[in-house]
Design a protein around this ligand. Structure first.
Ligand code: KIV
Length: 274
């Protein structure tokens, strides 16, 4: 098998198997929100992330702050119906883990029990290592998330790449190391310069999964709808692998024309009495 070939798997990947991929074949990760998309992506991906980006991508919210536990559970259940062997991680939404260790545990358990996903992801911050330790000691697999943290939007004043000052670099490195030391099995590194991504990847013992963080990481994740070209605006770090916005627009335009000129449905698309 070449190192680029998709691995064939008879059963679902586990957190320890993902952890062992540090420095090995890069971990392929995409976001998933629905059953059919999870089915399509499952054979090609190591990890499917039910990201809280679903608030923006599926529900049209301006950011991820408004995403609720119920929204995550509904989409987590849909993804689990389609994902057969990929490892499924579900985001803990803003407000579901910051108040106390007990709140984080209760909500993480609810996400895992009600969806069947294998792990939760939390965005980092100065206090998150304590939460990661608390959850992992109690049997919950946790993925960390450092660098640009969309849930901190209101404190940060926008979605800004991280690591441009020495202070920021030190913070990102410390949060990544603290998350790994606390038991995270992998860490998303978002929106940081290539050299910082490389340094974090060298320094932490668990795989880093980059988004806007260069190819120095141990894996990559993208928001699926971004890479499929469903949006007008594309961040610099996204590569378009399809142009579905144009294709869907053209398909709907053709359908509308066919309905209006009565060429749809045709006789072969119509039931007739015997
Ligand atoms: O919510 C999400 O989709 C994410 C990815 C961008 C990593 O957290």
């Amino acid at each position: 098998m070449s190192s680029q070939a998709a691995p064939t798997r008879a059963k679902r990947l586990t957190a320890p198997e993902i952890q062992k991929r540090k420095g090995q074949i890069p971990l392929v990760t995409l976001t998933a929100y629905t059953t059919p998309m999870a089915e399509i992506m499952d054979p090609h991906c190591d990890i499917l992330l039910v990201g809280d980006s679903l608030g923006m991508v599926v529900h049209g919210l301006p950011n991820t702050i408004g995403v609720t536990m119920d929204m995550m559970i509904l989409h987590g259940q849909a993804v689990m119906r389609g994902a057969k062997t990929a490892f499924v991680v579900i985001d803990m939404p803003f407000g579901s883990y910051e108040a106390s260790l007990e709140q984080a545990f209760t909500n993480a358990v609810r996400l895992l029990k009600e969806t069947g996903a294998q792990a939760v992801k939390l965005e980092s911050g100065p206090t998150v290592a304590e939460t990661i330790r608390y959850l992992t000691l109690r049997g919950i697999a946790v993925m960390g998330h450092v660098g640009l943290r969309p849930q901190a939007l209101n404190v940060e004043g926008g979605f800004k790449a991280k690591g441009r000052t020495e202070d920021e670099r030190a913070k990102v490195i410390k949060e990544a190391q603290d998350s790994a030391d606390a038991g995270a099995f992998a860490i998303v590194v978002e929106g940081v310069a290539a050299d910082l991504a490389g340094e974090v990847t060298r320094l932490v013992s668990v795989p880093t999964i980059g988004i806007g963080a260069s190819n120095a990481c141990d894996g990559q994740v993208l928001v699926t709808d971004d890479m499929l070209g469903l949006f007008d605006w594309t961040p610099k770090f996204v590569r378009h692998y399809a142009d579905l916005r144009t294709q869907i627009g053209a398909a709907v335009e053709s359908y509308a024309k066919d309905v209006r000129d009565r060429s749809f449905p045709a006789p072969e698309e119509t039931y007739f009495a015997k």
